[in-house]
Design a protein around this ligand. Structure first.
Ligand code: Z5A
Length: 215
């Protein structure tokens, strides 16, 4: 089978992790080899970098440090997990990828798009997702869901940001989706879990129909 690289994106607590697991189970039931992964993270080294990126410490993290660590984790993830899996014909479902950098570091923090473009040219000039599912909902919904999920665990470094930050992130994602509309499917994530899952299956279905055996 032809390998695929499918990314799931969206703001804080919107339901990506929940929905990506459901999508994986649905594709596996259809006979697809699925590799489920996430960013930042996905391999031992990239997970170490994730811990550094998310932990709250007294040492402020400069924007450039955050940006470069995201791409350092991504480089390791691509080389050691994503590329080999796609090459052997698996469908890689990834919870966040470079669109998150454009939305969070670009839209949220104000890093110039040209700087992110430059790192894309270094780290994955040839690799783009085949499909990106953007789960979109008003930020109040995602933040409320994240609060319920976190329970007594405190927020991580990103979750501690203010509402205006997440609004800029949301707009950053919607702008990316408008610019690259052939690759994106924007799914309204504000509804019930099963409703959202059905919309995601509808977005994936055409790829399942057109998948071709590899030689
Ligand atoms: N980040 C970045 O800045 N730049 C980058 O390049 C990358 C990442 C790759 C970690 O990501 C942080 O890294 C992230 C951006 C930054 N920070 N933030 N914010 P993450 O993906 O691990 O963190 P996250 O955004 O907080 O996502 P999450 O914790 O994985 O949330 P989620 O996956 O979108 O939601 P969930 O865990 O599936 O669902 C949350 C709760 O809502 C849970 O209890 C569900 O049962 C419930 N839920 C889900 N769907 C529904 C519906 N439809 N109705 C009701 N309840 C629901």
């Amino acid at each position: 089978m032809q390998g695929r690289f499918i990314t799931f994106e969206g703001g804080e607590g919107v339901g990506k992790s929940t929905q990506i697991r459901r999508a994986a189970a649905w594709l596996e039931a259809a006979g697809v080899e699925v590799v489920l992964t996430r960013e930042p993270g996905g391999t031992p080294r990239a997970e170490q970098l994730r811990r550094i990126l998310l932990e709250r410490t007294d040492e402020p993290m400069p924007q450039s440090c955050e940006l470069l660590l995201m791409f350092a984790a991504r480089a390791s993830h691509l080389a050691n997990l994503i590329e080999p899996a796609v090459a052997r014909g698996a469908w890689v479902l990834c919870d966040r990828f470079t669109d998150a950098t454009y939305a969070y570091q670009g839209g949220g923090r104000g890093v110039p798009t040209a700087a992110i473009d430059a790192l894309v040219r270094i780290v994955h000039p040839q690799r783009q997702p085949d499909l990106t599912v953007l789960l979109d909902a008003p930020i109040a919904i995602g933040m409320a869901r994240a609060r319920v999920r976190n329970g007594t665990d405190g927020p991580d470094r990103f979750e501690s940001e203010r509402a205006e930050f997440f609004e800029r992130v949301r707009q950053g994602y919607l702008q990316r989706a408008a610019q690259e509309s052939a690759r994106f499917r924007v799914v309204d994530a504000s509804g019930e879990l099963e409703h959202v899952a059905a919309a995601i299956r509808a977005a994936l279905q055409p790829m399942l129909v057109t998948r071709s055996p590899s030689r």
